[in-house]
Design a protein around this ligand. Structure first.
Ligand code: NDP
Ligand code: HSE
Length: 440
């Protein structure tokens, strides 16, 4: 057996992910040491309650409630507590003491990333966070390293397993959003407060991280436009299927050129219609996928488990081996690159395609009236599909449903069009407005 110098590793948190990190280290520690060229010595595991049940056996002498004390003297600190505090303070303390830090904490990176990266750079340490986006799927390193020689144009990501599970069940089983959310929660996919999933806060955090990396620009979480899936109805899911689409919650990061010809970044999260033939339409259950469109590489898709203790532990341990290798080689960590410093564009300047459903009076002149509204707002219609909704009871006029697909239009023009349609005499109701993303 090769004798290596030992690196001292402090683990903060032994919940779903942390306990599995310990289990994998116990199982494969020697192999990981060979890969890293250094012994990995787990010096302690900080938790809140030493007697709490664990999903893996952790030697009792390793457990402590003194996280701050554990950090002192560690070469590498692994933060798997979650949330903003005390995680932020503990990570800053670890970095300031010169330790490399590994975290899976998307909320923290999306909120305090610049402060943490600056602290790491100042002391020549490195902050690793592969597990913070899409769990087990390697996406941080591919964006930062493998695609460093290319130009990323756009990322379309299914980065929240809970909402993908819900939308998939609504599509395949006809379940209600509430039923499917209850299942996703029971299966352990949802956050402690599932509002973070269904209102897309979790996906927005991941979008901020992906956009920052892809465009070398610090994208604050507040700049990410966000719509959750709570307004999505079974009727919309059914109508999407009939039209050859599936509804997915997408995190979209895009390098755009604005009306004045200047480059900018858009980061946004919303439910969108995806053509059934697009690779993202085939992402079922709680799986995640990140579809990257790059100038030279073309289209790439990264697919796999976006959550789960043991799956996420894989990404954390990959970071641990990288951090250990860095210690062996020596030298400062690689700083985050934000030299792009592109402006973050508001949602109003985004252009995309839309599908709008209208309940209209089934009478002569309606189509022309509706077409005029689109024309007046500069939104070009691509497709129109009409079905009779009701023949009309005595004394009432018949109604029809019009499903109108548009060519690319700006969010601002589309919003004005929808307002004008809603107040048009021939339109009884605007029943659905969904964006269309991804080509077939
Ligand atoms: P858990 O809630 O399961 O575990 C949190 C752990 O942190 C527990 O062991 C808890 O101790 C400990 N802890 C909490 N507060 C403190 C404190 N003040 N001092 C010391 N220990 C503390 O979280 P997860 O394992 O699910 O998630 C960890 C991180 O990984 C989060 O940032 C999460 O967003 C991220 N992540 C999780 C994924 C998943 O599938 N679970 C997927 C991708 C990322 P005790 O056990 O005693 O209560
Ligand atoms: N609640 C998250 C999800 C966990 O459903 O994807 C992984 O970040």
């Amino acid at each position: 057996m090769i004798e290596y110098r030992n690196l001292r590793v402090a683990l903060l948190g032994a919940g779903s992910v942390g306990a599995q990190v310990v289990a994998q280290l116990q199982k494969h520690g020697e192999e990981l040491a060979n890969r890293a060229g250094a012994g990995i010595e787990l010096i302690g595991v900080a938790v809140r309650d030493i007697d709490a049940p664990r999903t893996a056996e952790i030697p009792r002498e390793l457990l402590t409630t003194d996280a701050e004390g554990l950090i002192v003297g560690a070469d590498i600190v692994v933060e798997l507590i979650g949330g903003l505090e005390p995680a932020r303070t503990l990570i800053l303390e670890a970095l300031n003491s010169g330790a490399d830090v590994i975290t899976a904490n998307k909320a923290l990176i999306a909120t305090h990333g610049p402060e943490l990266f600056a602290a790491a750079e100042q002391v020549g340490a490195q902050l690793f966070y592969e597990a913070a986006v899409a769990g087990a799927i390697p996406i941080i390193r591919p964006l930062r390293d493998s695609l460093a020689g290319d130009q990323v144009h756009r990322i379309l990501g299914i980065v929240n397993g809970t909402t993908n599970y819900i939308l998939d069940r609504m599509d395949l089983e006809g379940q209600s959003l509430e039923e499917a959310l209850a299942e996703a929660t029971a299966l352990g996919y949802a956050e402690a407060d599932p509002t973070a999933d269904i209102e897309a806060y979790d996906a927005a955090q991941k979008a901020a991280i992906l956009a920052s990396l892809a465009f070398h620009t610090s994208v604050p979480i507040e700049a990410v436009y966000r719509e959750g899936i709570t307004a999505i109805t079974g009727e919309q899911v059914e109508a999407a299927r009939r039209a050859g689409y599936v509804i997915k919650l997408l995190a979209i990061c895009e390098r755009m050129i604005d009306a004045d010809g200047d480059a900018g970044v858009s980061a946004r999260v919303y439910p969108a219609l995806v053509p059934r033939a697009h690779p993202l339409a085939a992402v079922h259950g709680a799986k995640n996928a990140v579809f990257v469109e790059a100038e030279a590489a073309g289209d790439l898709m990264f697919y796999g488990a976006g959550a789960g203790g043991v799956e996420t532990a894989s990404a954390v341990l990959g970071d641990l081996v990288s951090a250990a290798r860095r210690h062996v080689i020596g030298g400062p960590g690689i700083a985050e690159s934000t030299h792009g410093d592109l402006p973050i564009l508001p949602i109003e300047s985004v252009t995309t395609r839309y599908q709008i459903s209208l309940l209209v009076n089934d009478q002569p002149g309606v189509l022309a009236a509706v077409a005029t509204v689109f024309n007046e707002h500069g939104v070009s219609v691509e497709t129109v599909h009409q079905t009779v909704s009701s023949l009309g009871a005595e004394g009432e006029s018949a109604t029809a449903t019009l499903v109108i697909g548009t060519h690319e239009a700006s969010e601002a023009s589309l919003a004005d069009t929808v307002d004008a349609l809603a107040s048009n005499d021939t339109v009884r109701a605007v029943t659905s407005v969904l964006r269309v993303e991804g080509s077939e």
